[in-house]
Ligand binder design. Structure first.
Ligand SMILES: Nc1ncnc2c1ncn2[C@@H]1O[C@H](COP(=O)(O)OP(=O)(O)OP(=O)(O)O)[C@@H](O)[C@H]1O
Length: 334
């Protein structure tokens, strides 16, 4: 196992920066997710670490060795992609053993390692099946086993759960995390799904337009987003400009909220419909969406539309008092 250190990494296509001046470190044995919207540069970053894309600038160290000039097959990395990319004419066991055969590992050892890895991803007994005889989740477990059986220095996962339906996605993500932890394999995980990133990661890096917007532990990133972008992307917070708020509530209230930034974030689940709040105003229920565990309401307010989650249904068109307690607001750079 090895740590990964990325310094000043950039990739330019013509005048366009797909990735710009990226710095991050993944300690040995940790899992770091790169999270962000489509086109923010996550995959380009992962492919530079894998060696499929040559950086325009910057360095990538794996286990203390600079690898930018090292070809992909010599970087000793396990890779799992969104498409399982299994060989259709090989059984699960043959797919998993392929990398070992290429490395000329003796046959009996291949058999032993393949069986052990099949059991680890809970596919014991299915080694003789062909990919077409396996479900999507099982195929992705074969892909994971194939990446792990070579005992890579690090594991790179690019949207590995995107092709699975919602239930399976949760199941496989728990398994990936368990296997990753039990082996202690350093992992870079790329996803656009915030709940996936929060649930599997030791660290989350939120990317925006080629740059790393914020890096921290999953709880840090969620509870202390630094910018409006991060607050909105993780958990869909309402971003409220303090200037807009100053027009509706007393100046002292606004001053109490002024931290490092010129805006605040309030999460839909902490926005409240009642009076007796630190900050409150008149609002109108513009829309109501029943989502099973809660209603999501759209409030029309003097500071603009706000989203709120509540277990109390409210008739559309009704007038209410709404707002928040200051403890529930985080200071943001808008
Ligand atoms: N070969 C290329 N030539 C030109 N531009 C590219 C190339 N590859 C990627 N880009 C651009 O670089 C940016 C980052 O792409 P990248 O695939 O890394 O994003 P991403 O965050 O992984 O998105 P997604 O989640 O949609 O895969 C995008 O604007 C993309 O259009």
């Amino acid at each position: 196992m090895a740590d990964i250190a990325i310094r000043g990494l950039s990739k330019h296509y013509g005048g366009m920066a797909a990735v710009e001046d990226l710095h991050l470190a993944i300690p040995e044995g940790a899992l770091l997710s790169l999270l962000g919207p489509s086109g923010c540069g996550k995959t380009t970053t992962l492919r530079m670490v894998a060696g499929f894309i040559e950086p325009t600038r910057g360095s990538i160290d794996i286990g203390g060795t600079e690898v930018v000039r090292v070809p992909p097959h010599r970087r000793d990395l396990g890779l799992v992609f969104q498409s399982y990319a299994l060989f259709p004419h090989m059984t699960a066991a043959e797919n998993i053993g392929f990398g070992l055969r290429m490395r000329r590992v003796p046959k009996p050892e291949i058999g032993e390692r393949v069986t052990r890895t099949l059991n680890m991803v809970r596919l014991g007994g299915l080694g003789d099946r062909y990919p077409r005889q396996l479900s999507g989740g099982q195929q992705q477990r074969v892909a994971l086993a194939r990446a792990l059986v070579i005992e890579p220095r690090a594991l790179l996962l690019d949207e590995p759960l995107s092709n699975l339906d919602a239930n399976l996605r949760e199941e496989v993500r728990v398994e990936i995390r368990e296997v990753q932890k039990s082996l202690g394999v350093t992992t870079l995980f790329v996803t656009h799904d915030q709940s996936e990133a929060l649930s599997v990661s030791d660290y989350v890096g939120v990317m925006r337009a080629g740059r790393l917007e914020q890096l921290g532990t999953a709880t840090d990133i969620y509870q202390k987003p630094r910018t409006g972008f991060v607050a909105t992307f993780l958990g869909g917070a309402n971003v409220i400009k303090l200037d807009a708020l100053a027009a509706v509530v007393p100046a002292a209230v606004v001053e109490a909220l002024r931290g490092q930034g010129n805006a605040i974030g309030v999460r839909p689940e902490t926005l409240a419909i009642r009076s007796g709040l630190d900050v409150e105003f008149d609002a109108r229920i513009e829309a109501s969406d029943f989502l099973g565990a809660y209603w999501e309401l759209l409030l029309g307010t003097p500071i603009g539309p706000l989203k709120i989650r509540t277990n109390q249904p409210q008739p559309v068109g009704s007038s209410v008092r709404a707002g928040w307690m200051n403890n529930d607001a985080v200071s943001l750079e808008a």
